[in-house]
Design a protein around this ligand. Structure first.
Ligand code: GLU
Length: 388
């Protein structure tokens, strides 16, 4: 007896594994600074918590429709109209357990065995495994090469391509795809009648006047093929509540709902009420958080650029810095995994090795940590690099 072929080669989620290990070290009294998982350090805003408490008090604790409550779907429709100028009906919306479930159910709904999904590298860890679990084959296109030479994107599309996946602003690079190139990539997908999956979880985390656009807003044809993925986790500091959503063509959303009905049923009724309050109340809490992230990004970017052997592009969005540290791979350090293990062991600083994102020359820092921890973290990192 053995486990399924499907999971034999699958690793753990590196982002979650490293963070949980570092948290354990911290709990056992070690002075660890965690700049690993992309989880805002801010508490969930009070008005959102209050909505959950009210839901509990009123007994809103039973099953809802597997695909989510109508009131939350309607609020998502209003949000998409307000933020992206996109008109959807409730039948185009599904409420999911975070962005991850939305993505996975989207893959399960559109991929047949052997279908290819083209995505940019560096990529977020779970994309590859989710595509594979759904029976698909991830095909990697280098993001910077495609931005510099947009015609190159088409060379990754074959007769087996079923979908293209975009994530702008991107995890881990923080890159925002410039609109001109983005439109070209999307047009190419539309011309070939491909599905377009757009992971927009970092849409609010933008700096220096950068704008994020949804590919669904490029044309009616693009909208008809696009499945938007989004979540409350990052935007409202609600990682533990597990609420996300997808918006897209009715038949795909219906299929995702059917899968969800057999899989998890609805997202916690209480979390759905909290998410409703998040969307329908003032967005000042988001603005405040992004302002804080912007200051931290400036500070960390300056510090990292001043360290010999570290090359750090300035991210336009999300909340990560993704420096190339490969010049420091020496003295027994063979790659990003060794580098990060030594950094944790010697300086008690937890960051994510770039190999998890398909970029072994890099490591990923998140600036979703307090300024105090960031300052200490940068001191430790500088001293580690200088010791190599
Ligand atoms: N998406 C975040 C990250 O990349 C949270 C952890 C995860 O789900 O991978 O760190």
């Amino acid at each position: 007896m053995s486990i399924s072929e499907r999971v034999k080669t699958m690793g753990e989620s590196i982002t979650l594994a490293i963070t949980s290990n570092a948290k354990k070290m911290k709990q056992s009294g070690e002075d660890v600074i965690i700049m690993a998982s992309g989880e805002p350090d801010f508490d969930t805003p009070d008005h959102i918590k209050k909505a959950a408490i009210e839901a509990l008090a009123k007994g809103f604790t039973k099953y809802t429709a597997a695909s989510g409550t109508d009131e939350l779907k309607s609020a998502v429709c209003r949000k998409l109209l307000r933020d992206s100028g996109l008109a959807y009906k409730n039948e185009n919306i599904i409420i999911t357990a975070g962005g991850k479930q939305a993505l996975f159910n989207a893959f399960l709904s559109i991929i047949n065995s052997g279908d290819e999904v083209v995505l940019f590298s560096p990529y977020w860890v779970s994309y590859l495994e989710q595509i594979r679990m759904a029976g698909g084959i991830p095909v990697l296109a280098d993001l910077e090469e495609c931005i510099a030479n947009p015609e190159k994107f088409a060379s990754f599309l074959t007769e087996r391509t079923k979908a293209v996946l975009f994530n702008s602003p991107a995890n881990p690079s923080g890159r925002v795809i410039p609109e001109e190139q983005f439109r070209m990539f999307v047009q190419e997908a539309v011309n070939r009648d491909l599905f377009i999956i757009s992971d927009e979880v970092y849409e609010k985390f933008l700096y220096d006047g950068n704008q994020s656009v949804s590919p669904a807003s490029f044309s009616e044809q693009a909208k008809a093929k696009t499945i938007i993925i989004n979540a409350f986790s990052k935007t409202y500091s609600m990682t533990g509540w597990r609420v996300g959503f997808a918006a897209g063509p009715k038949e795909v959303i219906k299929a995702m709902g059917a899968i969800q009905g057999h899989q998890t049923s609805n997202v916690s009724s209480i979390s759905q009420k909290a998410a409703l309050a998040a969307l329908e109340s003032s967005q000042e809490c988001v603005t405040k958080m992004v302002r804080a992230f912007s200051e931290r990004r400036e500070y960390m970017h300056k510090r990292l650029c001043a360290i010999k052997g570290v090359i750090c592009p300035k991210p336009e969005g999300a909340f990560y810095l993704f420096p190339d540290v490969s010049q420091l791979y020496k003295g027994g350090i063979k790659g990003s995994m060794d580098f990060c293990s030594r950094l944790l062991e010697e300086k008690k600083l937890a960051v994510i090795p770039g190999i998890g994102f398909g970029a072994d020359k890099h490591i990923r820092f998140t600036y979703s940590a307090s300024m105090n921890d960031i300052e200490k973290g940068m001191d430790r990192f500088e001293s580690f690099c200088n010791s190599l």
